[in-house]
Design a protein around this ligand. Structure first.
Ligand SMILES: [Zn+2]
Length: 259
């Protein structure tokens, strides 16, 4: 009986010893992985949960002569690029501006030919024809045929499953936005207000498509731009241009990642 107790005690002590090593190991592993994770976040600010943070600056309604050129100057000074959703009938007389957008490495998308809402949203056919017309106009000036499109005022309530399929069959890729500096509603807001709106809520997004405008009414957007760029750089965002390989983004529709 005495021996039995002794062996039981030895067995128990061994068991506790092994358990201690095992749990200690577990804790150490946990601490290590935890450290690796926080190190990743602390030392490399351009990741959230190990994924890259990306911002796509997008400018609608150009080209304009003054402001689009000024925007291009700011982008160049800061070594970043943006994507311009072009209105077809705005190109004439501003071919040099379109060429400059393209030659300086920026993305080019379609934003219809007239931007006249009553016309472009009258029928799906008209909308598609306007996009093609815009694409042809761009092609005549710079020799490329972009297929990335943006609905004027957004696809909200204008896009449904069948229409989406039709647009995809035409080869188009659709890009709404998830952040907006609201210069489309009021171009006269102060540069500081436009800056604050352009960053508000950005912490919620791994990838940001920021809506901005570059008609000649949007001088304040251009004034806010250096600060906007500085902010996103400081937060570790990578500035990218939208291409046909960029995952699409639709309002109120799930983001589709496959082409
Ligand atoms: Zn527009």
């Amino acid at each position: 009986m005495k021996y039995k107790l002794k062996y039981t005690l030895i067995f128990l002590l061994n068991f506790i010893f092994i358990l201690t090593i095992f749990t200690d190991g577990m804790i150490k592993t946990y601490e290590l992985s935890d450290m690796a994770f926080s190190e990743d976040v602390d030392l490399n600010e351009n990741t959230i949960s190990g994924k890259k943070k990306i911002i796509y600056l997008t400018f609608d309604d150009g080209p304009s002569y003054k402001v689009t050129n000024d925007v291009l100057d700011v982008l160049k000074e800061n070594g970043v690029n943006a994507t311009f959703f072009i209105i077809g009938n705005q190109i004439k007389g501003k071919e040099d501006v379109l060429k400059r957008i393209y030659n300086e490495g920026n993305g080019i998308g379609l934003h219809t030919y007239t931007h006249k809402l009553s016309k472009i949203y009258s029928r799906e056919d008209v909308f598609i024809e306007e996009m093609i017309e815009c694409r042809n106009e761009i092609n005549e000036v710079i020799g490329i045929s972009p297929n990335i499109i943006r609905f004027p005022c957004g696809s909200n309530k204008r896009l449904n499953k069948n229409y989406l399929k039709r647009l995809h069959d035409e080869g188009f890729r659709i890009y709404d936005w998830n952040l907006d500096n609201t210069d489309g509603l009021n171009s006269k807001l102060s540069p500081d207000t436009l800056y604050r709106k352009a960053i508000k809520g950005s912490e919620n997004f791994q990838e940001i498509i920021l809506l901005l405008h570059c008609t000649d009414m949007h001088k304040n957007t251009c004034k806010a731009l250096p600060q906007i760029i500085k902010y996103y750089k400081s937060k570790g965002y990578e500035f990218k241009v939208i291409t046909e390989n960029t995952p699409e983004l639709y309002f109120h529709m799930k983001r589709i990642t496959s082409k």
